[in-house]
Ligand binder design. Structure first.
Ligand SMILES: Cc1cc2nc3c(=O)[nH]c(=O)nc-3n(C[C@H](O)[C@H](O)[C@H](O)COP(=O)(O)OP(=O)(O)OC[C@H]3O[C@@H](n4cnc5c(N)ncnc54)[C@H](O)[C@@H]3O)c2cc1C
Length: 296
């Protein structure tokens, strides 16, 4: 039986390569100053959805809420195998905390409609709350399986999945439709396919048309470019708050009860260190010390 999967993905600052001023004075992340990447666990979520489609059939739709630039990860999702991608972008989403973000995403998922499984990453590496997936499930009124590592079985009405924790695993079964938040140990995400990169390199949202027209002067107008992309299935739909029927009082700063009062920077300082010889004797000393410190 085919399953329709929606994968929620987020473009995040590459927190492993921070340079310059990472935070703004108002306590929000200075995204413009940071390189942007596909949130790592969202790649695992996408891979799990692609594997469901390969085994059972169906469609994989990838959805992100973000600024115009977030279309970059949607193209990456197409290169990796997604059937359809959608950008949810609107100035009225700006400043949304997890409550407002999950509300906007819930509206968008309902607007896609006809879904069996919603996949999320467990956690985004910037906001780091791991709240969005569970909140979207709650707002959609569907069950959720957090920390999902693998799917053991999918039957018409239910899913059996393994959840992974630092100290063990748990097998759970729940009814469909449901939402899964996927952990990094779930799989090895497939790389972008060279063939699909050639096919989808021009895929664009209307917000990117001006840049494309500048780059490729064979298109006389935005309308000509639009017709070219439509013919080849390369238009990335752009949805705003009205398109998904969102109540704007629940969006943006106004719809966000969380207030960032202060951000502290943690400076990890080098502590006392000891050099041991790389010999059997050195190893013995190290093991003895670890036992004495109750680490081993
Ligand atoms: C007061 C306040 C103002 C903020 N203002 C801004 C702002 O102006 N701009 C800004 O970018 N952030 C802003 N943030 C941060 C924003 O709230 C979070 O980045 C966002 O809600 C996601 O939370 P998270 O990063 O903890 O995601 P998690 O809960 O850790 O993410 C879990 C999973 O949910 C899914 N997911 C999360 N976010 C998205 C998304 N946007 N689209 C699709 N799927 C998603 C992904 O699958 C992800 O792996 C603000 C936060 C606060 C508290």
């Amino acid at each position: 039986m085919p399953y329709n999967c929606i994968v929620l993905v987020k473009q995040v600052p590459d927190t492993a390569h921070i340079t310059g001023q990472a935070m703004k004075e108002d306590g929000t992340v200075n995204r413009a100053a940071l390189p942007a990447i596909f949130n790592p666990e969202d790649l695992n979520a996408l891979e799990m959805a692609l594997q469901v489609r390969e085994r059972h059939g169906g469609r994989v739709t990838v959805l992100t809420m973000g600024p115009p630039r977030a279309a970059e990860i949607l193209r990456e999702a197409l290169y990796r195998g997604a059937d359809q991608v959608i950008l949810l972008s609107d100035k009225r989403f700006a400043g949304s905390d997890t409550l407002a973000t999950s509300y906007a995403l819930k509206c968008a998922v309902e607007h896609v409609g006809d879904y069996d499984i919603v996949f999320c990453g467990r956690q985004a590496i910037d906001g780091d709350t791991a709240q969005v997936g569970p909140q979207v499930a709650e707002k959609l009124g569907i069950p959720q399986i957090t920390y999902a590592e693998s799917i053991e079985a999918l039957e018409a009405q239910y899913i059996v999945a393994w959840r992974a924790f630092p100290r063990g695993r748990e097998k759970v079964r729940c009814s469909l439709p449901c939402l899964l938040t996927v952990v990094g140990s779930a799989n090895q995400p497939r790389p972008p396919s060279a063939r699909r990169m050639m096919a989808y390199k021009l895929a664009a949202t209307p917000l990117e048309y001006a840049a494309l027209l500048e780059q490729y002067n064979e298109f006389e107008s935005a309308a000509a470019l639009d017709a070219y992309l439509a013919e080849r299935g390369l238009q990335i739909p752009l949805w705003d708050a009205d398109d998904v029927g969102a109540d704007t009082t629940w969006l943006g700063l106004g719809g966000s009860p969380t207030k960032v009062l202060k951000v502290d920077f943690v400076v990890v300082e080098r502590q006392e260190s000891k050099e041991l010889p790389a010999t059997g004797e050195g190893t013995t000393i190290l093991v003895r010390e670890l036992i004495d410190e109750y680490i081993l």
